[in-house]
Ligand binder design. Structure first.
Ligand SMILES: O=c1ccn([C@@H]2O[C@H](COP(=O)(O)OP(=O)(O)O[C@H]3O[C@H](CO)[C@@H](O)[C@H](O)[C@H]3O)[C@@H](O)[C@H]2O)c(=O)[nH]1
Length: 476
């Protein structure tokens, strides 16, 4: 059989693009040709992902891996500084304008030798099942968040029928959700943010529901999560569909290459080298969201009032830090527009991570054993925070009781970086870190799931091949 060729349709956000590239590297190492493509829908600060990806592609080729990158035309053309303020524009592009350019690329790839036979698509795409059916491709859906969040979306009808979402009066906020298979209990304020809205008809609702309609047509689901971190949720999903937990997908180090090639990057290693061990709080809210102005100000004052050193990623598209902040942090703080996050988390000077709980940041924190101070902003971040702070106990939630204030920020930073709370969190973090590293080692759960997925996919491909050859024979 010729090398299998997969078209991997991702999303132009660092939090989706990076894991897609890492997974592509793993598939290429198993003998696949992978063409990674995305529509630049303009929702993220890092618009130069593809320029950076070209660097990774060259590195891949030098290692004998066949990964090709295709940037599809930018339908929104937003300047970088406005991107994370325009989520609706980005979602609208993905909802209504993605099929045609992706189909055009697919038609081209179908004429190549070997042609594309597998369509891997980030679950947050609204067209893959229809496209796979039209061109007789195997459809693999790639999920970049925890199984917990997948289950919430998959069982949205249960949230509706139990009055926790889209209720005619108001959503139930008084009782915990206890009926989602594999999820013992989750409070209403810990649901994905779209299920906390009263209005279920916004663009983001339409988009998410359409994505999950498409998901139901997938042949396989690959998830960037770890069985040992969410065993019950994953086994409940496995009863419903071929669901493979294969995370974290990054250990090969491909995304470090990409993140390190982004134009706005700033090297922090020299500064970190001058700091004592575990003394630095790393502050970053990912690539697509930022806290509101008031919360940002309170966090900045809380950080300044604490005694810790800090490294703060202030993307150019976010609200500014308070006046005088940069001057006040001389000697103990550094503010950068973007950094190579994995390199930072790996550095022994870093002892805590103030994060929005984006799933990649969470997995990276686990991988490098850095305790988290959680300030979830939107989408999957509230349930991710629940998983981190309540279930796994590897982080502490900030602002859980409503608005965040500087005293809470100060107290929780000091507790996490130096106090008893921090000691308890570090103990749990060590166990979770070990489990995540073991999962991707030889014979670990994620390695076995990846091998099983490849076997199942190749079997599927060869059965399809035999079927189409015999159908072709019958026609003559
Ligand atoms: O200065 C920086 C800041 C971030 N990163 C990297 O960028 C990625 C950010 O990903 P993530 O932490 O998941 O945050 P978002 O970019 O916000 O990701 C989006 O996608 C994720 C996966 O679906 C979701 O969990 C988030 O809620 C959603 O906002 C990570 O790999 C970071 O290492 C850098 O390399 N340098």
């Amino acid at each position: 059989m010729a090398k299998p060729h997969a078209l991997f349709a991702t999303v132009s956000l660092a939090g989706h693009f990076f894991p897609a590239v890492d997974l592509s590297a793993k598939l290429a190492a198993k003998g696949f040709i992978v063409t990674v493509a995305t529509l630049d829908s303009g929702g993220s600060f890092s618009p130069d992902l593809f320029a950076a990806a070209a660097v990774a592609s060259a590195a891949a080729r030098s290692q004998g891996l066949d990964i090709r990158f295709q940037s599809l035309k930018d339908t929104v053309n937003l300047p970088a500084a406005h991107r994370s303020w325009n989520h609706d524009t980005a979602i609208n592009a993905m909802l209504h304008h993605a099929f045609a350019p992706m189909e055009e690329l697919l038609q081209k790839l179908l004429r190549e030798d070997p042609p594309v036979t597998v369509l891997i698509a980030d679950t947050f795409n609204t067209w893959p099942s229809a496209m796979a059916k039209k061109y007789d491709l195997i459809h693999v859906s790639f999920w970049t968040q925890p199984a917990l969040v997948f289950s919430l979306h998959y069982h949205k009808d249960l949230l509706i029928s139990n009055g926790h979402f889209a209720s005619p009066d108001r959503n139930r906020k008084d009782t915990a959700v206890r009926y989602i298979p594999g999820i013992p209990e989750i409070e209403p304020h810990e649901l994905a943010s779209i299920y906390q809205d009263k209005d279920a008809s916004s663009l983001v609702h339409q988009f998410t529901f359409k994505c999950f309609d498409e998901l139901r047509g997938a042949d396989f689901v690959l998830a960037n999560t770890v069985e040992e971190l969410e065993a019950e949720a994953i086994s409940a999903l496995r009863r419903e569909m071929p669901f493979y937990a294969i995370g974290p997908v990054f250990p090969d180090g491909f995304t470090s290459g990409i993140s390190g090639s982004i134009a706005a990057i700033q090297d922090c290693s020299h500064w970190l080298d001058t700091m004592p061990a575990a003394s630095v709080l790393y502050v970053s809210f990912g690539s697509a969201f930022h806290p509101g102005e008031r919360d940002f100000r309170e966090m900045a004052h809380g950080v300044l009032n604490s005694k810790v050193n800090f490294l703060w990623v202030l993307r150019p598209d976010t609200v500014p830090l308070p006046d005088g902040f940069v001057a006040a942090c001389q000697g103990r703080g550094m503010v950068v527009p973007w950094c190579d996050q994995k390199e930072v988390l790996l550095h022994p000077a870093v002892g805590g991570f103030l994060t929005h709980c984006g799933w990649n940041s969470t997995l990276e924190s686990v991988w490098f054993g850095v305790p988290m101070l959680c300030f979830p902003l939107a989408f999957d971040q509230p349930p991710n925070c629940k998983l981190v702070s309540k279930d796994l106990k590897i982080g502490v939630r900030l602002g859980g009781s409503g608005e965040v204030n500087r005293d809470e920020v100060h107290d929780k930073i000091e507790g996490l970086m130096g106090g008893e709370v921090g000691a308890a969190v570090r103990m749990e973090m060590e166990k979770v870190q070990k489990a995540a590293r073991a999962a991707v080692a030889l014979n670990g759960s994620s390695s076995r799931n990846m091998d099983k997925f490849i076997d199942d996919l190749l079997k599927h491909l060869s059965e399809k091949n035999i079927r189409s050859t015999s159908e072709a024979r019958c026609m003559f």
